[in-house]
Design a binder for this molecule. Sequence first.
Ligand SMILES: O=C(O)CCC(=O)C(=O)O
Length: 226
Amino acid sequence: MTGVGPLGPDGVRAVRGWATSAAATARAAHLTAAYRADRTEVVRNPHLTAEWARHVVHAPALLNAVRRAIGPDIAVENTFLVIKWPGRPFEVPWHQDGVNDRIVLDPRRSVAAWLALTDADETTGCLCVLPGSQRRGYLPYGAEPDAGAVRGRALGITGVDPAEARPLPTRAGDGCLMDARLVHGSASNTGAGVRIGLNIRFVAPAGCTVRDGSDPSLYPVSGTGW
Ligand SMILES: O=C(O)CCC(=O)C(=O)O
């Protein structure tokens, strides 16, 4: 699965204003209060359990951007909330969102979103991407080297030249779409405030293959093709 893909040569495209900065920041404050006591770092599939996340995956500015990339029929395959607490090491290794031990996404029929609920910069561990890396196709990966069971799906790709990486500082309420094959990751938060981002995998019909043959449990958010 090589080729430029639906987002063009860089494999990444900005999404502006999926929420107002004030609304995103207010949601982040609620999440910070809810998860501070046990320093929760990862919440899996909040769109299935939390009203705020169901609202986010339906955000008009976000869905319009996804429609432009993969067409009108869209379902959510997965969401993944990442909370980086200040001063607490939590690096997300280089990985591609479209492949893991359970699923493979067709990069022509899928796209990943990363949405900032807080401002994120290089100090607080903003997203870092390797522009154009989608053209290499899916790469061999390994299990997350430490705490994998707790932090989840981050899958390490080795041999990445950090000089190729582009940090994407992002304001709360903005974000980006990524090709499912785009190599990306993020560093630990060494800043003063909490950094919160929501990753969403969107698919069009036939965009998701489940490797073990089980039901992909898609959550439709747009169109009639489901
Ligand atoms: O929030 C982050 O720092 C990165 C999350 C990510 O890459 C992912 O969930 O696939």
